[in-house]
Design a protein around this ligand. Structure first.
Ligand code: ADP
Ligand code: MG
Length: 631
């Protein structure tokens, strides 16, 4: 046997210790690297076979674990290497790649999590778990001689002859102390399942010490190696041929804990970059945080990461699924990804595809669109606010529940305004924030045929602000809460001199104790046949800003100024005034004024504990006194 030796030329002489120490918590990536190399080798052999018109056996990768001998053997029937190629690709080139990579990490001081995929360490990642690595390989080239390369985790290596008969490469890892957990078949199987679930060639794993077993009848039989992967995952298939059931099944396999998905988009593009994938709209689970990563990133069917942050816009990370692309640079730092033009293109493509799919659903199956809206609404609004491309497609399809509990777009809302009000309500959209706005006002408006849209206090203030400030197309909208506009729309007649007495009464009784500079203002507004004696009005801009500040997590409460609006046309108010003018029942008038204020609060945001107690107590007294008077 002729032993040929060599030395890896490195500048950083302590590179091996770095490789071993680095990524302590992610030792398992060595398996991915070696299986990915095997996959590449099979693909290359198939490619060469095609051009040369040679018949090539079906690609297969086997992983064999031997606990007793402390080895893990990874074999493939790919194109193999000649001795010169091992020298060149493994000893020199591969190493320089690894060296460069390690240097980069040292220099930028980046933590493991900030590097995507960790591709780039490649073959040498095997030294994280192995004290010694052998490569036995036979090239597919005619007349090739098999060779064996051995390296013990330092810069020296040696070649010797090999009697390997089949074309391909076998890599033997002599596992060190750090890698002992990988001598467990279960651990290896799990790791392979994590990374190689969908690799394009068969990957089998076996226990080298237990290749046979005794069956029920006492006979010895072969233990079949376990097949790890699905060779052609759903996303590689032609969307036209995939049935709904298959999409649902695939989702279930990937996300076993989740409910059935609502809707999905199959991505497929070859030019100007390659990208395949499936993105699902999940049913919203309010118990689960949004920013959990739910999209898995693959590169040529090899699992890379389940963190796609900086690759796709934030709002899309509410979706679940897979993205597979060769064109996402994997070994660069996260921070530099955003500026990458390829990433920008990929991200735009995904945004557009998802947007178009929703648009098609809206146009072709409005019923289904409305059915899933409670789950996708937040996503769509967030998308419109944060991505101009998405906004362009979907803004006009954002829908809200109206006064009849039916969904409508903003344009449909404007079309629903009765003729006599269109002049006053040009561009105006009245909104009713559930649990906050005054429903007396909503009802009164609806009696006149003027509807509202129902909004929430979280995303909607942002969405409304966005629509008002970022104009799109011919439509302009201005949003106002029912309380801030009802007067302008419905006020029936001008306030008379006589009515000023109402103002004085309420100012004195309700706010007489307040300091002059903090005094709540009382204004009058005549709304004929409205049941509401009074309501609180809040300046629209102030309300909006306080909501936005709140939803962005500001813990300081934004001070909002309220105005108390009293309706002198309301019978209750008129009666209270008459009693006051007579100068009798002073206590009763006082209670009535407070009662009117409480009613205004109850029909909007509600009362706090203290207010509720005094409301109940006062109601009891009031009823006692009033029934006494009626006798
Ligand atoms: P990379 O895969 O990024 O090129 P690696 O360090 O993983 O870097 O591998 C270096 C090179 O060694 C590969 O490009 C390939 O030429 C060669 N190689 C590694 N593993 C195999 C294999 N199983 N079969 C054939 N060639 C291989
Ligand atoms: Mg590699």
């Amino acid at each position: 046997m002729t032993a040929r030796t060599g030395t890896i030329s490195v500048k950083t002489s302590d590179i091996f210790p770095i490789i071993k120490k680095w990524l302590y918590s992610e030792h398992d990536i060595f398996l991915r690297e070696l299986v990915a190399n095997a996959t590449d080798a099979i693909t290359k052999r198939a490619g060469l076979g095609r051009t040369r018109n040679e018949k090539i056996p079906e690609g297969e990768i086997s992983v064999s674990v031997n606990k007793g001998e402390k080895t893990i053997i990874i074999s493939d029937n790919g194109l193999g290497m000649s001795e010169t190629e091992v020298e060149k690709y493994i000893a020199q080139l591969a190493f320089s790649g690894a060296e460069e990579f390690v240097k980069k990490i040292e220099k930028t001081g980046e933590k493991e999590g900030e590097i995507i995929g960790k591709f780039g360490l490649g073959f040498y990642s095997s030294f994280m778990v192995a004290a010694k690595v052998d490569i036995e390989t036979l090239s597919m080239e005619e007349g090739a001689k098999a060779t064996k390369w051995t390296c013990e985790g330092d810069t020296d290596y040696s070649f010797s002859d090999s009697d390997k008969k089949d074309v391909g490469t076998t890599i033997t890892l002599h596992v060190n102390k750090d890698g002992e957990e990988f001598l467990d078949l279960w651990k290896v199987t799990n790791t392979l399942q994590k990374f190689c679930d969908y690799m394009p060639y068969k990957i089998k794993v076996e226990d080298a010490e237990n290749k046979t077993r005794e069956n029920d009848k006492g006979e010895i039989e072969q233990v079949e190696p376990t097949l790890i992967n699905e060779i052609k995952p759903l996303w590689k298939r032609d969307p036209k041929e995939v049935k709904d059931e298959e999409y649902k099944e695939f989702f279930k396999k990937m996300f076993p804990m989740e409910q059935e998905p609502l809707f999905w988009v199959h991505l497929k593009i070859d030019h100007p970059f390659t990208l395949e994938g499936i993105l699902y709209f999940p049913k919203i689970n309010t118990n689960k945080p949004f920013n959990e990563s739910n999209i898995k990133l693959y590169c040529k069917q090899v699992f890379v990461s389940d963190n796609v942050k900086n690759i796709i816009p934030d709002f899309l990370s509410m979706l679940r699924g897979v993205i597979d692309s060769n064109d996402i640079p994997l070994n660069v730092s996260r921070s530099s990804l955003q500026g990458d033009p390829n990433i920008r293109k990929i991200s735009n493509y995904i945004v557009k595809k998802v947007g178009d799919a929703l648009k098609t659903l809206f146009r072709k199956d409005r019923e289904k669109f409305e059915k899933i809206w409670p789950d996708i609404g937040l996503f769509v609004k967030y998308g419109c606010i944060s991505e101009a491309k998405f906004d362009e497609i979907l803004r006009s399809m954002v829908i809200f529940k109206n006064s009849e509990d039916k969904y409508m777009t903003l344009e449909e809302y404007q079309g629903s305004i009765p003729k006599e009000y269109t002049e006053k309500m040009k561009d105006l959209v009245l909104y009713f924030e559930d649990g906050v706005s005054d429903y007396n006002l909503k009802n009164h408006l609806w009696e006149k045929g003027v509807g509202v849209i129902h909004t929430d206090g979280h995303i909607d203030p942002h969405f409304m602000q966005h629509v008002e400030t970022q104009k799109r197309g011919d439509n302009t909208y201005r949003f106002s809460s029912v309380d801030s506009e009802i007067g302008n729309i419905l006020e029936s007649e001008n306030v008379a001199e006589e009515d000023m007495k109402v103002k004085d009464l309420f100012s004195k009784v309700l706010f007489g104790d307040q300091k002059e500079e903090e005094k709540t203002e009382v204004v009058l507004q005549k709304l004929k046949d409205s049941n509401a004696p009074a309501y609180y009005k809040i300046d629209e801009q102030m309300r909006r800003f306080s909501k936005m500040a709140e939803s962005m997590g500001g813990n300081e409460k934004f001070p909002i100024k309220k105005t108390f609006v009293v309706n002198p046309a309301n019978t209750l108010i008129q009666n209270a005034l008459k009693m006051h003018e007579k100068g009798e029942h002073k206590g009763l008038v006082n209670k009535l004024c407070h009662h009117v204020e409480d009613l205004a609060n109850i029909s909007s945001g509600g009362l706090n504990n203290e207010e509720r107690d005094s409301f109940v107590q006062r109601s009891q007294e009031l009823l006692k006194e009033l029934t006494g008077l009626a006798l």
